[in-house]
Design a protein around this ligand. Sequence first.
Ligand SMILES: *Cc1c(COP(=O)(O)O)cnc(C)c1O
Length: 341
Amino acid sequence: MDFIDLRSDTVTRPTAAMRAAMARAPVGDDVYGEDPTVNRLQMLAAEMLGTEAALFVASGTLSNLLALMAHCGRGDEYIAGQTSHCYRFEGGGAAVLGSIQPQPLEFEADGTLDLERVAAAIKPDDPHFARTRLLCLENTQGGKVLPLAYLEKAREFTREKGLALHLDGARLANAAVYLGVTLEEISRHVDSVSLCLSKGLGAPVGSVLGGSRELIAVARRWRKVLGGGMRQAGVLAAAGILALEEGMGRLAEDHGNARRLSAGLADLGLPVSPGEVQTNMVFLHLPPAEAGRLCAHLRQHNILIAGRDSLRLVTHRDVSRDDIDTVLAAIGEFVQAGRKG
Ligand SMILES: *Cc1c(COP(=O)(O)O)cnc(C)c1O
């Protein structure tokens, strides 16, 4: 059955071109560093991110964990957003597997962390406290793009405070397209950056971590320890190369579809803020019971949406402009039926 799947941009399926590239990819044993396609992907990623080196990994979760474990050791601390992926949605991996303590802080409305509040959270050099080593930012954060001027300030701030700066750029490509800049113009401000190939960029599997040669060597070591050393991974990297080369070209379309969706929902009188849609996510805040009824109604129309506290609708390559209109019609039907069900 064909669903219109708005749960996440992770649901994109590999294109015919990706499958063809995967089939003909030259491969070798990547644990020995001998997979030519993985090496090509890593060189391309490093070039696009403007980092000395890059590492191909199975997921964004692993990429963030490796960055945290490369920057921090046992008894160290990282500061991150209360709802950031690397703190909230990765099973506590940094603490569980890295012995690294999180210090979560509330995100500001624009997806930044207030640097004065970060400064106040840095622990003094005293054995009562964990050693604060790292600040983690997220871009995009809930679909919002961090201003470049903020990243510049965060860079200066972390240098001054002796912290490293990691960017969870799962959707960095969406941020770059929104700002009309290259990936490197964003990632130049940070010490390490994680980018998902498997979201809007459309690869079936994988993320890349960019950073200094030294940091990537440490991350490579932890990747093996954590069981993430892959062998003939070139079949996956081949799709990742196409994601990097061609995936960004069409993200503006996803952003346009999200704006169209948000404007349509506002026209239906639903509580959305079309002015706030910057990239490929629309949030719809409904009381839980009503949200549940809407999900069920849409399911009957073969439309999938996700959400717990608020509903999140994500546009991506496998959702067309016509699909957006189909979704709006189905939600319109729900609204006309009185939302109460
Ligand atoms: C999706 C995502 C990740 C990593 O997700 P994986 O499913 O592990 O690839 C990390 N950070 C953010 C902000 C994400 O949205």
